[in-house]
Write a protein that binds this ligand. Structure first.
Ligand code: 13P
Ligand code: SF4
Length: 320
């Protein structure tokens, strides 16, 4: 007897029902556990949908520092959960997939940064939050793509060390009078966006504005109508009368943009703008994490204490 497709694959309605049940279970268990569900804008749609708070790196760090909930389930990548654990040491911070890392954050180690500091003494180190806790502990202040220029300009020194993103570094350098020393790290997904793909999208959609994340290469940023972090892009689209946007960032952002702006159109220049580790966490992982209160992210006390100084200094920089 030949098997029908239905005997192999559950029908689509069953999958949808399954997802609905999972979402309900997660929300209920989150209340029982007094847990806050946080998701980065690059997470899978269904993860952003169940989150109490969806945000960029800066918003998630700030929310971790202020939440009264006892448990934080951080749906993002490892450095984001570490930041939450550092800022909320009395809380239980869970990363449903502890192997979800950021390749750019892995491009600089604390030893390498110590060697760079020895070569360039007296220059403060500004580390992008996309770094390990150990690298933050070696830094003077942190920044995110939303506040990087403000953070650098808030420093008294005329020269700074910027790690690890060379593209964000060059973007900062173009917006400050300070001399910037870069580390040659990069985001493999933003860095690979080709000019030709942006040009083709612009030609196909001459009425669209092109928004680019500062992790893109300078050649791409020069083609942009607006350069912004993920939350900066969301604010820009919300307040713009324009109805079409080409996005130079990770595709997960489409969920939030489409939800908030059903009447606007969003175009990705290619299908390679996908960060695989940002898609690791599934609804099943979140549920399991809430059930078991694991995997918990704990930063060693000495590292956490020093990294916290750098994060707190960033959070103290006045907003525009
Ligand atoms: P945002 O801080 O803009 O959310 O970016 C984080 C990130 O990992 C970008 O690749
Ligand atoms: Fe890291 Fe790039 Fe993924 Fe952001 S998109 S988490 S910078 S690898």
């Amino acid at each position: 007897m030949s098997a029908t497709y239905n005997s192999v694959y559950p029908p689509e309605e069953d999958l949808i029902m399954n997802q609905q049940q999972l979402k309900q279970q997660i929300r209920q268990l989150a209340e029982e556990r007094n847990a806050l569900l946080m998701a980065h804008f690059y997470q899978r749609d269904e993860i952003q949908e169940i989150a109490h708070v969806a945000g960029d790196s800066l918003a998630m760090a700030m929310e971790a520092a202020r939440t009264e909930r006892q448990v934080i389930v951080l749906c993002g990548v490892h450095f984001m959960a570490e930041s939450a654990a550092i800022l909320a040491p009395e809380k239980t911070v869970l990363l449903p997939r502890p192997d979800a890392g950021c390749p750019m954050a892995d491009m600089v180690t604390a030893d390498q940064l110590r060697a760079m500091k020895a070569r360039l003494p007296g220059r403060p180190v500004v580390s992008y939050v996309n770094t390990s806790a150990a690298v933050k502990a070696e830094s003077d202040i942190c920044c995110t793509s939303a506040n990087a220029v403000r953070v650098v300009n808030s420093l008294a020194e005329d020269e700074v060390i910027l790690v690890p993103d060379r593209n964000l570094g060059r973007y900062i350098a173009a917006h400050t009078d300070k001399k910037c020393h870069f580390w040659e790290g990069y985001c493999p997904f933003h860095d690979q966006l080709p000019e030709e793909d942006v040009l083709a999208a612009k030609e196909a959609h001459p009425d669209a504005l092109f928004l680019a994340h500062p992790e893109c290469r300078p050649q791409i940023l020069r083609m942009a109508d607006h350069v912004a972090s993920t939350s900066g892009m969301i604010d820009f689209v919300r307040n713009s009368p324009v109805r079409k946007f080409i996005l130079g960032t990770e595709m997960g952002i489409l969920y939030r943009l489409r939800k908030e702006n059903p009447d606007k159109e969003f175009i990705l220049p290619n299908s390679l703008l996908r960060c695989p580790t940002m898609k690791d966490i599934t609804l099943e992982d979140v549920l399991r994490s809430l059930e078991t209160l694991a995997p918990r992210i704990v930063v060693p006390e000495d590292v956490a204490r020093r990294a916290r100084v750098a994060l707190d200094r960033m959070l103290a920089v006045p907003r525009d």
